[in-house]
Design a protein around this ligand. Structure first.
Ligand code: ZN
Length: 310
């Protein structure tokens, strides 16, 4: 079993409009944009990162806004809901705020004894705020959000799968423990993780496979401390028969990727070097940052990328 994984690192999704996406995550949810860069594999598209003050692992929601992208169709083989942790009692505040800001598809639920507010992002993204006691992570309270209600980081990612078997085994191999079942949902928890400790599997045997598009989660990344830990994880996964990419430099972390049995793309990302290694922490996310290989494209990209008004 792997012991190096510490919970979620980031969740990466797709959007159809950079401006709308930015407004939703910074103004409605009150996260901080901690990086404005480009998709390293398709540099004509932004890669926007939203998180807490410094974008600590376990707090970072990231987006590729492909202009005019068609909306995804929900189904199995993907992450259906990304959950953010808020303090106990905070949902009353968020209900009022979402009502005022006309957030779509807001519903209240209790799952595994925790109160949840589900809602949709601008592209129909499946999102939730989940009341989580004793979460001592530093909140980031964006415009108008009181600190006592602010998002602490991720609570969970919830995968929709036809069959949970092999993915449940994988999560256990990665250090998660199955703690509870409710209806067709199994909950897996990482003990002593970074706070973003929960993965749910919702089993839907008769549902069609998802079609990825705007509003779909592209992949979820799990956190390891450093490159040595990442190599340990990579070796353990290879030894178990997974096809894992080589280590890729993502400038703010190093990444490896592998496809899970249920179809969801997993990444394992390092906590270092972090988002403040190439700009002043007081000005994170303000300037367009490019990795050195794309620096020659700067002039062209500054003209072609849609400006984002904060
Ligand atoms: Zn990633």
């Amino acid at each position: 079993m792997i012991s190096e994984i510490k919970g979620l690192h980031h969740v990466t999704s797709m959007a159809s409009n950079a401006q709308t996406n930015n407004a939703f995550f910074t103004r409605t949810l009150g996260l901080r944009r901690v990086k404005k860069t480009v998709n390293f594999d398709a540099p004509d598209v932004y890669h926007l990162y939203y998180g807490n003050e410094l974008g600590e692992p376990g707090t970072v929601m990231t987006y590729f806004p492909f202009p005019m992208a068609a909306r995804g169709r929900a189904g199995v083989g993907e992450v259906g809901v990304t959950g953010f942790a808020v303090p106990t009692g905070a949902l009353d505040y968020w209900k009022g705020r979402f009502d005022r800001l006309q957030v779509k598809d807001v519903t209240e639920n209790t799952r595994f004894g925790q109160k949840e507010l589900r809602f949709s992002g601008p592209d129909g993204d499946g999102l939730a705020l989940i009341e989580t006691p004793d979460d001592n992570r530093e909140p980031f309270a964006g415009p108008g959000v009181p600190e006592e209600a602010a998002v602490r980081g991720f609570h969970s990612a919830s995968m929709r799968l036809r069959d949970e078997g092999a993915s449940a085994e994988l999560l256990k191999f990665m250090g998660y423990q199955e703690v509870e079942r409710q209806d067709n949902i199994s909950r897996f928890v990482m003990e002593n993780g970074n706070g973003a400790n929960v993965i749910d599997i919702e089993t839907l045997p008769d549902t069609a496979v998802a079609q990825q598009g705007a509003g779909s989660v592209h992949h979820i990344a799990f956190a390891v401390e450093d490159r040595a830990a990442q190599l340990e994880v990579r070796k353990a996964l290879l030894d178990t028969g997974y096809q894992v990419t080589p280590v890729i430099d993502r400038n703010y972390f190093w990444a490896i990727y592998f496809r899970t049995p249920g179809g969801v793309l997993f990444e394992v990302a390092t906590n270092d070097p972090g988002f403040d290694h190439d700009e002043d922490s007081r000005h994170l996310g303000e300037a367009l940052k490019l990795p050195h290989q794309h620096e020659p494209l700067r002039k062209q990209l500054e003209q072609s990328l849609q400006p984002i008004k904060d």
